[in-house]
Design a protein around this ligand. Structure first.
Ligand SMILES: [Zn+2]
Length: 214
């Protein structure tokens, strides 16, 4: 079943696949915070296909998958949304700061100013996940299972399956990031799965299919 969480700046729906309730972990999976990271969408859509056709593969967990958080950016293959805001710096966290509009990490005019950000907040408040996996991709062989909040054990379990390094920090500050909002400030184990941008979409899925089910 799909539900619409909200609409992008340009009016595109932000949709979530909601799997069957089953009483296990509640897992929210998010793709394409950044529109120029289409491999995140491939992996999220493959996950939806699997859960839809073989629900028993869901390991008894309740799954909510938002394959495209930022549909305007995805359509244009651009990182930011149609207001040139980096959704992953727009969350209303204590450490939110206003960054220059020209910056590729422009944080918006105010915390939570963007409809895409508010759609993600709505999903977290509505479904109350016990685990979140936010999928991105990254170059320079910096791919990893990055965690915020109490996500270390999950990141390590994923690392045993996808063979990506585990990182508690990306090595640079990320004020207003989703990981800060959900993991650090709300205590939800939050994994930022950084796919290797030099791997094919097919390989990203094959390497992570089992990691997502830890
Ligand atoms: Zn990203």
């Amino acid at each position: 079943m799909y539900v619409t969480l909200g609409y992008s700046v340009a009016g595109r729906p932000i949709r979530a696949f909601v799997g069957r309730e089953s009483g296990g972990e509640k897992i929210v999976v998010l793709g394409a915070f950044h529109g120029d990271e289409p491999k995140s969408v491939t992996v999220a859509r493959k996950l939806i296909d699997l859960l839809d056709t073989e629900p028993q593969q869901g390991k008894g967990h309740e799954w909510v998958v938002v394959p495209i958080v930022n549909p305007d950016g995805y359509e244009a293959r651009r990182r930011r949304n149609a207001n040139a805001v980096d959704i992953n710096r727009n969350f209303p966290t204590k450490n939110w700061v206003r960054s220059p509009r020209r910056s590729r990490m422009f944080s918006g005019d105010s915390p939570g100013s963007e409809p895409e950000t508010r759609a993600v907040i709505k999903a977290v408040k509505r479904y109350r996940p016990t685990r979140i996996i936010s999928i991105h991709s990254i170059d320079g062989r910096r791919h990893c299972n990055n965690y915020d909040g109490p996500g270390r054990a999950i990141a390590e379990a994923m690392g045993r399956r996808n063979r990506y390094p585990v990182r508690g920090s990306m090595g640079y500050p990320t004020p207003g990031s989703f990981g800060n909002w959900a993991g650090v400030e709300r205590g939800i184990p939050t994994i930022t799965l950084e796919l290797p941008s030099h791997h094919s979409p097919k390989r990203c899925w094959e390497d992570n299919r089992w990691a997502l089910f830890c």
